[in-house]
Design a protein around this ligand. Structure first.
Ligand code: HEC
Ligand code: HEC
Length: 375
């Protein structure tokens, strides 16, 4: 069975792409895979160009643009047409370089094994600033996680195929005219990409430095949030409720809140920083958002101490109660997809469906409206 987040923050989930899945083991394995490239490429501190260009800061960089390296015409052309190196482009390129960029001078037959490519990409990513998630977050994060590995990896919502934000793919197998695919625009600057690249992932990637306590959060909340969400997160009028609802998920009208429903605390931080206060988004400091997140945890009884301080360092110690109920998106394995079954399983209507009754006539709509319209 599937359970999905509300559409409003589904978008932040979609980008939990490949690098979210990366862990220290992948990086280690990727380092070994890189032996296949090492003869021609260097990476890491002090890396120089060899037969091929150095691969530091590769992610987000347009193809063929490193100044001191003499690229083939084909590679430079790909870059000038807007092709950036990211998870997807890199993966396609190393699968079969000359299929992806026909006249590249990289003579490497290709890496067919997907796992090896994913590992290699995790490894290379460590040497790229543009990811905006320095490797510093990686290791302590995985050590501090209290939940056993098995569980956290089974909560991944999208598969490895998801594409990270930076891997904007413009050139696949299509021939792109010289002036760009849409005859418009230019390649986004690194600064522009990083201004957009603010997502925070369940494994802590993307969390900014900072801290804030429940007590500080309460003050900020009362000033900026309570008008709509209520002093205790109960929601004023029909503004969203932010607390409570525990134990209601199996009822006819479940109350889905941060405490009762959301799988990851990172979504709270990400969402509040990105979108709140409604109408004045991005006005809060990173510390403010830590404090507010701490206060929202307090309102949801996830912490009980007003002096509790949430920070980048202890963020991953907090798990939300409903995390385990989020599962892999396995729709593709469900029988009606796999066996291409008809969606309707029994009492199926034959012939073409047509409208035979209006809800209004059936008297479903409340009285006052129904009377006016129906009589
Ligand atoms: C035999 C030498 C050789 C091997 C092995 C090799 N490369 Fe290359 N690579 C090159 C050369 C030469 C270029 C420049 C290609 C061009 O200009 O068309 C290049 C270009 C690249 C680029 C483009 C960089 C940029 O700034 O546009 C990437 C990415 C890359 N290689 C990754 C890899 C990876 C990853 C591996 C290992 C799986 C690998 N290469 C193996 C020689 C090699
Ligand atoms: C002017 C009213 C308003 C103010 C002020 C406001 N919000 Fe919101 N908030 C909303 C609305 C509207 C939504 C739902 C937005 C949507 O569905 O796109 C929302 C959604 C949320 C959600 C997601 C709730 C859910 O379960 O979907 C959180 C968390 C949140 N706000 C936190 C805050 C915080 C923290 C502040 C103060 C910094 C704040 N909001 C200030 C109106 C407000």
């Amino acid at each position: 069975m599937l359970r999905f987040l509300k559409p409003i923050f589904a978008s932040s989930i979609i980008f939990l792409g490949a690098s979210f899945l990366a862990n220290a083991q992948d990086v280690e394995a990727g380092k070994k895979v890189f032996n296949k490239c090492r003869a021609c490429h260097a990476v890491g501190e002090g890396a120089k160009n060899k037969i091929g260009p150095h691969l530091n800061d590769l992610f987000g960089r347009p193809a063929g643009t490193l100044e001191k390296f003499k690229f083939s015409k084909a590679m430079k052309e790909a870059g000038s047409q807007g092709m950036l190196w990211g998870d997807d482009t890199l993966s396609q390129f190393i699968t079969k370089p000359r299929k992806f960029i026909k006249k590249t001078k990289m003579s490497f037959s290709g890496l067919k094994n997907e796992k090896q490519r994913v590992d290699l990409i995790s490894y290379l990513k460590q040497f790229s600033e543009a990811q905006a998630v320095p490797n510093a977050v990686d290791e302590p994060a995985s050590k501090e996680q209290k939940t056993p590995k098995k569980q956290s990896s089974s909560n991944v919502i999208l598969g490895k195929k998801a594409v990270a934000l930076t891997s904007v793919v413009l050139a696949r197998d299509v021939e792109i005219p010289k002036h760009g695919m849409l005859h418009l625009g230019r390649v986004a600057l690194t600064e522009e990409v990083s201004a957009w690249d603010i997502d925070i992932r369940p494994d802590g990637k993307g969390l900014p430095a900072g801290k804030g306590s429940v007590a500080q959060g309460e003050l900020i909340y009362v000033e900026n949030c309570a008008v709509c969400h209520g002093d205790f997160g109960e929601g004023v009028d029909r503004w969203p409720v932010l607390a409570g609802g525990q134990g209601t998920l199996q009822e006819d009208r479940p109350e889905k809140t941060i405490g009762s429903y959301w799988p990851y605390l990172s979504t709270v931080y990400d969402y509040v920083r990105r979108a709140m206060p409604f109408g004045n988004a991005r006005s809060l400091s990173d510390d403010d958002v830590y404090a507010l997140t701490a206060y929202l945890m307090f309102l949801n009884d996830i912490v009980e101490d007003e002096d509790f301080e949430l920070s980048k360092e202890n963020f991953l110690d907090i798990r939300l109660p409903n995390e385990a109920n989020f599962i892999d998106d396995n729709r593709r394995q469900e029988p009606h997809y796999v066996e291409k079954l008809e969606p309707c399983m029994k009492d199926c209507k034959t012939g073409i469906a047509s409208v035979i009754l209006r809800a209004r006539v059936l008297d479903v709509t409340p009285d006052n409206e129904g009377k006016k319209e129906g009589e």
